[in-house]
Design a protein around this ligand. Structure first.
Ligand code: G
Ligand code: G
Ligand code: NA
Ligand code: MN
Length: 255
């Protein structure tokens, strides 16, 4: 397609950038880590969202070189932050990995190579995968176990929206569970979402997983999450995705 052809060019020029969104601790909202989020500024069409071009990149297989670029950029940035900010650097840098990337038998090898090239300690990198990508079968679990063995952290992204299964939490070497925004949206209404969010923190505590609440947009949601026992959050209430250079200046705006 036209989009895929343009994306191939974008990869070779400098139309792609990574923004970084704070992942914070509660209470207080101090910076804990960041999630890398890909942005494409098309020379004629302007900004195109990853929800549009990632699926196209998956269909064409371009996601493999694209994903490798994202991984390399994010690891290099993490190394730069550690050199420049020392203990104030993000403790973890998360990178989204799609189903197709995980199906590539070389994924773990590529991750190991990037860590070697950049010198980033493996435990600083978090790979975010969806439940659906893990269930995709094939080599996904093998690749995840291989990167976990390197010391890289694994986060289950958008948790609750896919085929959420408790057996997945046992078979997949996950360290972090990211509770999807759709569950966080209505927690202050006392509806069924609140029950799910409350149950997930218990599951995470029991299994030794770090629970991160995604899409936190209001002070009321943040307060309710803290009341339920959540200690990590991400969302516009705390910080929007921002250029790497702004992360050093991040200060908690709110609890
Ligand atoms: O940043 P935004 O909310 O627009 O992201 C939309 C979707 O695109 C999210 O599901 C996010 O996980 C995905 N996404 C953003 N950056 C990347 C990336 O670098 N690689 C992959 N595979 N997905 C990404
Ligand atoms: O699928 P994933 O969780 O990786 O998607 C992250 C996406 O969610 C990013 O594109 C980011 O821009 C978006 N996002 C992050 N926080 C918020 C929020 O508080 N509200 C909304 N609407 N989107 C958010
Ligand atoms: Na994500
Ligand atoms: Mn998510």
């Amino acid at each position: 397609s036209r989009l895929a052809a343009d994306l191939r060019i974008a990869l070779d020029t400098d139309q792609l950038t990574l923004l970084y969104q704070p992942i914070v601790t509660m209470p207080g909202g101090a910076l804990f880590g960041v999630e890398a989020l890909l942005r494409w500024h098309h020379p004629e069409r302007g900004p195109i969202g990853p929800d549009v071009f990632i699926p196209a990149a998956e269909r064409t297989g371009l996601i493999v070189p694209l994903g490798a670029w994202v991984l390399e950029q994010a690891c290099r940035q993490a190394v730069t932050w550690r050199a420049e900010l020392g203990p104030a650097a993000p403790a973890t840098v998360s990178v989204n990995v799609s189903a197709r990337q995980l199906r590539e038998a070389r994924f773990a090898e590529d991750v190991a190579a990037v860590l070697g090239r950049t010198g980033l300690p493996p435990e600083v990198l978090t790979v975010e995968v969806t439940e659906t990508a893990v269930f995709d079968g094939g080599t996904a679990l093998t690749e995840l176990r291989a990167i976990a063995a390197l010391g890289v952290k694994i986060a289950l992204d958008d948790f609750g929206t896919g085929h959420s299964s408790l057996s997945l939490l046992r078979s997949c070497p996950a360290d972090v569970l990211k509770v999807d925004k759709s569950f966080v949206d209505d927690i202050t209404d006392g509806g069924p979402q609140a029950v799910v969010v409350a149950a997930l923190i218990g599951i995470c505590e029991g299994l030794g997983l770090r629970a991160v609440a995604e899409g936190v947009e209001t002070a009321e949601q943040a307060a309710e999450l803290q009341r339920l026992g959540y200690r990590y959050a991400q969302g516009f209430h705390y910080g929007r995705p921002m250029p790497a250079g702004e992360i050093a200046d991040y200060r908690p705006a709110a609890d």
